[in-house]
Design a protein around this ligand. Structure first.
Ligand SMILES: NC(=O)c1ccc[n+]([C@@H]2O[C@H](COP(=O)([O-])OP(=O)(O)OC[C@H]3O[C@@H](n4cnc5c(N)ncnc54)[C@H](OP(=O)(O)O)[C@@H]3O)[C@@H](O)[C@H]2O)c1
Length: 399
């Protein structure tokens, strides 16, 4: 049975199968294997976007899973169940290799409603407005072969009120209509001022069903021990908005061997001591080494755990089945929900150490990224306008 929503560990799909956007080629087989592996090992939330340019390939994999489930259920109800051998529908029987996860009897029976599927609308369409937004939304749903999205996000807060116009349109005219093509509406990369601007524009507005609250369901933004914007996170939590973290591994940085103290074999202890010496002055690496040594977990697992202990949803991405398993929900948190009785946790001192790793370099990188991305693919000029919240600025005390 699927755990109840929100699943604190979901699966990220940016650059799944290769680097998007083109000209870098994407590999549909890598995408299919990753999605099937993720479903097999327990991920149920999938974070997609128009910008990732892989929604069709991801949808093809979902479709295979749904077809397989339907076929097996039909066989069971018609009494032709062969119990130990998985009989696939004829079209998959021919195309699936003998080692396909779909042939594995332990592969779960997943239907559309067992998955929580997210997508996002890109700045160009947000800027262009209603027609472009609706056209893209329909394309996304068709490509993902999912009938509806559980959650649709404004990918970046396009300035000059464009983000709020898009949100208002989706709120008033698409949510609860258009055959229920979106179930929830959220935002991504919003600062507190962006959110306040949105709420000002949405003040007093209802949709056709009188649905309230008008607040976004979530705000998805970059969060990791290297970019921990505490007051912003607290602000959105206090507003009752779910926080989703992306780039939990800082572009795979925590996957580097030196971040994890290898406790698996005594024969490598001399190498581990050498690494301790080499990184003796590197607070970031040493913090992860210390925590991974005590917990026996990898640095990537520690980074995910750090966020979920704050009730922040994480969306680790990997093209690599072994890493998809390493990051899987069961390895991070029991039943994918936060309780007081988890099988492992970080202690208070470790959480404090991780909380203190943000540097000016990471803050500056984030700020530039924000300023560029929110106008990307739009005719808007890059203006150095004030976008940060005074309280957040006050908290940036870098050593
Ligand atoms: N809303 C937004 O603007 C926004 C922006 C960025 C991302 N996102 C979402 O958030 C998701 C996660 O962010 P992200 O993809 O940027 O970064 P991420 O998940 O933090 O890191 C992905 C990188 O880490 C590597 N990796 C994953 N697990 C590993 C492990 N156990 N050991 C070693 N390396 C590992 C992956 O390598 P391999 O793939 O080669 O295994 C990949 O290079 C995205 O996929 C996307 O869904 C949203």
């Amino acid at each position: 049975m699927s755990p109840s929503w929100p699943h604190l560990v979901g699966f990220g799909c940016y650059k799944l199968g290769g680097v998007a956007p083109p000209p870098e080629p994407k590999d549909p087989k890598v995408i299919e294997t990753a999605i099937l592996t993720a479903i097999h090992v327990g991920y149920r939330t999938f974070d997609n976007a128009q910008f990732y340019e892989n929604e069709k390939e991801i949808g093809d994999a979902f479709e295979k899973v749904f077809k397989r489930t339907k076929h097996i259920i039909q066989q069971c109800t018609s009494g032709t169940d062969s119990s130990t051998v998985v009989n696939l529908p004829p079209e998959l029987e021919e195309s699936e290799a003998s080692n396909s996860p779909l042939r594995d009897p332990t592969f779960p029976l997943i239907q559309r409603e067992d998955l929580f599927i997210i997508s996002k609308i890109w700045q160009q369409n947000v800027y262009e407005g209603e027609t472009a937004i609706l056209q893209q939304l329909k394309k996304t749903v068709a490509e993902l072969k999912c009938d509806y999205l559980d959650l649709y996000l404004i990918h970046w807060p396009v300035p000059e009120g464009k983000h709020a116009e898009a949100y208002k349109y989706l709120w008033t005219e698409v949510l609860d209509s258009e055959n229920g093509v979106i179930r929830r509406l959220g935002v991504s990369n919003y600062t507190v001022p962006d959110y306040l601007e949105l709420m000002k524009i949405m003040n007093g507005i209802e949709n056709s069903n009188g649905r309230k609250p008008i607040k976004p369901f979530c705000n998805q933004f970059e969060i990791s021990p290297l970019l921990y914007r505490k007051s912003t996170i607290e602000f959105f939590k206090n507003e009752g908005i779910l926080i989703q973290a992306y780039r939990s591994f800082t572009d795979g940085k925590f996957g580097k061997p030196e971040y994890t103290y290898n406790t698996s074999s005594s024969s490598v202890q001399s190498e581990e001591s050498a690494l301790d010496t080499k990184f003796a002055n590197d607070k970031e690496v040493l913090t992860f080494r210390r925590i991974t040594k005590r917990t026996g977990k990898t640095a990537c697992q520690v980074a995910l755990k750090w966020a979920v202990m704050k009730n922040i949803q994480v969306l680790p991405k990997s093209n690599t089945p072994i890493r998809i398993r390493e990051n899987k929900p069961d390895n991070i948190i029991n039943n994918n929900v936060l309780t007081d009785n988890d099988s492992w946790s970080l202690n208070e001192e470790e959480v404090c150490l991780l909380d203190s790793l943000m540097t000016k370099e990471h803050w500056d990188r984030y700020k530039n990224h924000y300023l560029q991305c929110r106008i990307r693919d739009t005719p808007l000029k890059n203006k150095e306008n004030v976008v940060f919240w005074e309280e957040e600025k006050g908290e940036m005390k870098f050593q």
